[in-house]
Design a protein around this ligand. Structure first.
Ligand code: PEP
Length: 261
């Protein structure tokens, strides 16, 4: 590990209503407390659906939980006649810290391209949110271009053309590993994360590259997380399915106890 604080992020996708969200967050926070989790070494952030965010924010606030709060998407616009969209300004008002940008499900089902993702990254910066920019190759791209080409191109595109870069996180998620049970090997994940960091350094300088957290995502579980986080190139994980189970996600957040094994 480096001096970058690990980030353990749970993307709930379109699961759990606001009452179920409250139950899960309570269970997660208590599980981490019972285990004496040290949030200064591994930040733990949940990304509920929009309709749950207010309830989760109230709970975190009232019970002084140390969990962070994220949203799964934001509009590239700030306000106006954009039915169904959610502004970064509204998220920021709800004390949301992070926002996923360009998740592969948004790229695939909502046709989000590099231009849209760059604009959403800009919107996140404007509203003081930390974008977690998701990048990754499909199986066809892996076979035709290798593992790193697409994630590097997507990273550079999302970060291009901003007046100033705010803090951001990159999540390397091979599309073929999301929700499939197929996992990249720790060596593959570390190699691509390292190449993404080198590309950021080349484009934006070593200082920005050094402080940026680069996560791995794709079928991460408590049983395999330590393998990824052993590498200094991987600064955390973005977890989908396994984040819906408080005990499993708490086990992932406590990856450090497996590192010594
Ligand atoms: C994700 O949705 O970002 C993800 C990595 O999903 P899963 O962990 O279920 O593969």
């Amino acid at each position: 590990m480096t001096n970058r604080v690990a980030l353990i992020a749970g993307n709930w996708k379109m699961n759990l209503d606001h009452q179920q969200a409250i139950a899960l967050v309570q269970k997660l926070a208590w599980s981490l407390k019972d285990a004496g989790h040290d949030y200064s070494t591994a930040e733990v952030v949940v990304f509920p659906p929009f309709t749950d965010i207010r309830s989760v924010q109230n709970l975190i606030d009232a019970d002084k939980f140390e969990l962070g709060l994220g949203a799964q998407d934001l509009s590239k616009f700030d306000n106006g006649a954009y039915t169904g969209e959610v502004s970064g300004a509204f998220l920021s008002k709800l004390a949301v810290d992070y926002v996923l940008v360009g998740h592969s499900e948004r790229r695939t089902y909502h046709n989000e391209d590099d231009v849209t993702i760059q604009a959403k990254t800009a919107a996140a910066f404007r509203h003081g949110l930390v974008p977690v920019i998701c990048v990754g190759e499909t199986l066809e791209e892996l076979e035709s271009q290798g593992a790193a080409a697409v994630p590097i191109r997507q990273t550079i595109a999302a970060l291009a053309g901003h007046e100033a870069l705010g803090d951001f996180v990159i999540a390397y998620e091979p599309v073929w590993a999301i929700g499939t049970g197929k996992v990249a090997t720790p060596e593959e994940a570390a190699s691509v994360c390292g190449k993404i960091r080198a590309a950021i350094a080349e484009e934006h300088g070593a200082e920005i590259a050094d402080k940026t957290r680069i996560l791995y995502g794709g079928s991460v579980k408590a049983a395999n997380v330590a393998g990824f986080l052993r590498s200094p190139e991987v600064d955390g994980v973005l977890v989908g399915g396994a984040s819906l189970d408080a005990d499993e996600f708490s086990g992932i957040a406590r990856f450090q106890k497996h590192l010594a094994l």
